[in-house]
Ligand binder design. Structure first.
Ligand code: ZN
Length: 63
């Protein structure tokens, strides 16, 4: 399953961002789609690409 998390940490303020459209059994997220979140603290929208597989060891290049 490639379903995104219900909440993520807002990259802007560190608050909690909530998934706008949670995946359902009928309409699951697919790899390549973008999951949109809205931060409860600062109101920013955060788009997170849905990936096919999960690599725990993948390095983050946050330059
Ligand atoms: Zn925020």
């Amino acid at each position: 399953m490639a379903n995104p998390s219900a909440t993520i940490t807002c990259p802007g303020c560190g608050g909690e961002a909530h998934l706008l459209q949670p995946a359902t059994d009928e309409e699951p997220y697919e790899p390549g789609e973008v999951a949109a979140y809205r931060c409860a603290d600062c109101g920013d929208r955060v788009d997170v690409p849905v990936s096919d597989d999960e690599d725990d060891g993948r390095p983050e290049d946050d330059g």
